[in-house]
Design a protein around this ligand. Structure first.
Ligand code: M6R
Length: 362
């Protein structure tokens, strides 16, 4: 049931504030973190290995920034189809985390089998609690996204991020990096995130307008720095998957090392950049793009928009949030941009060609 929406994808994008509220109530109490696996403990973890495919892989890449920064744990992230055949060494002290909406993706499941008996613990972060991955893991952390019908993953992505961030918080507390007061403060702010997500959804018309222009491009570039880099990757995947427009993502700092050669006035460049410690560097990347005629669509907050100047082609304003929450918030405009571009092109949004919702064969 599309509940009045034109597509399941639109419905699932719109549901995010409420499903994430639900996920947060399952993982946070009034002033602390309460993972559904109370035995989970990060004090003795030396290394995390995170493995997934597609959008779930980008959720892992984002979580790497959180685990490293908040908890000081080294993290390795791998694509399941690479991990499973590479025979990567898994040393004692390693916790292996497998992330999957379906819990049935063949490569991710095979990677889990490979890690069994080698990693200290196997953790499954999944949407389907009765899935194969959930059954075979030591710890299961459900993301509570509810049924996701659209082939393009949207609410499952942000629910994965929500769960992974609470894990990073737990790890931070276990390792004495955050005290009880700091955790209480963080979880209070975290519970306010759905409000910011609603504000992001309210930008729909502005995003649709930019998307209609972007739909005419043959190639689109996405740029981001820090934890916004995986979001740029996710934005590009979403766009190509449902609108069939060629899109690529780069870490902003890589621009000069190749992709800048692509820039001319026919290539829109979507820059995902809240005003954070790296923002000034991103502004200089944007100026390099604009100096070559590139049209910049900047997704930022008010402070960022002010610093970026007036030559930006389109600005999509997000509310200001704590740096840690920005990847969850900025996922929404990226999804809406892809959605409206696909609608403008008239593609089959919920059932894009050649794709299956769950890839259970190699
Ligand atoms: O069920 P999973 O999360 O394991 O699926 C992984 C990928 O197949 C999936 O995220 C895919 O990339 C989506 N179509 C992306 O929107």
């Amino acid at each position: 049931d599309k509940a009045g929406y034109k597509h399941f994808m639109a419905k699932e994008i719109a549901e995010q504030p409420s499903v994430i509220s639900g996920t947060l109530s399952a993982y946070l109490t009034q002033d602390s973190i309460a993972l559904p696996e109370p035995g989970m403990d990060f004090t003795k973890v030396d290394r995390l290995v995170m493995v997934a495919c597609g959008t779930a892989y980008y959720a892992c890449l984002t979580a790497k920034y959180w685990f490293e920064k908040l908890a000081g744990i080294p993290v390795e992230v791998d694509i399941a189809s690479e991990f499973r055949y590479r025979e990567p060494p898994i040393t004692p002290g390693t916790q292996a985390i497998f992330v999957s909406q379906s819990g049935e993706t063949a490569d991710t499941l095979a990677a889990l089998h490979y890690a069994r008996g080698k990693a200290d613990r196997i953790v499954a972060v999944v949407n389907v609690p009765e899935s194969s991955m959930a059954r075979e893991a030591d710890y299961v952390l459900p993301i509570h996204a509810g049924a996701e019908i659209g082939v393009a993953s949207t609410k499952a992505f942000t629910c994965m991020l929500t769960v992974l961030l609470t894990m990073a918080l737990r790890a931070s507390a276990d390792r004495g990096r955050m005290n009880d007061n700091q955790i209480a403060d963080f979880s209070r702010k975290f519970r306010g995130l759905p409000g910011a997500l609603n504000v992001a959804l309210g930008r729909d018309e502005i995003i649709e307008d930019a998307a209609r222009q972007i739909a005419e491009a043959r190639d689109v570039l996405f740029l981001g720095r820090g934890s916004m880099y995986p979001l740029a990757l996710e934005g590009a995947l979403k766009l190509k998957e449902i609108s069939y427009i060629h899109a690529e993502a780069y870490a902003s700092g890589e621009l000069k090392h190749g992709p800048i050669a692509l820039i001319d006035k026919s290539v829109p460049v979507v820059v995902m950049a809240p005003r954070d410690g790296l923002f000034e560097k991103t502004v200089s990347n944007m100026h390099e793009v604009m100096a070559r005629g590139g049209r910049v669509c900047l997704i930022t907050d008010a402070a960022g928009a002010e610093l970026a100047g007036s030559d930006v082609w389109r600005t999509i304003l997000m509310p200001e949030v704590d740096e840690a929450f920005a990847p969850i918030l900025y996922a929404l405009p990226a999804q809406l941009l892809a959605y409206h571009a696909a609608v403008a092109k008239g593609t089959d949004v919920d059932q894009p060609r050649n794709l299956a919702k769950s890839v259970t064969v190699e």
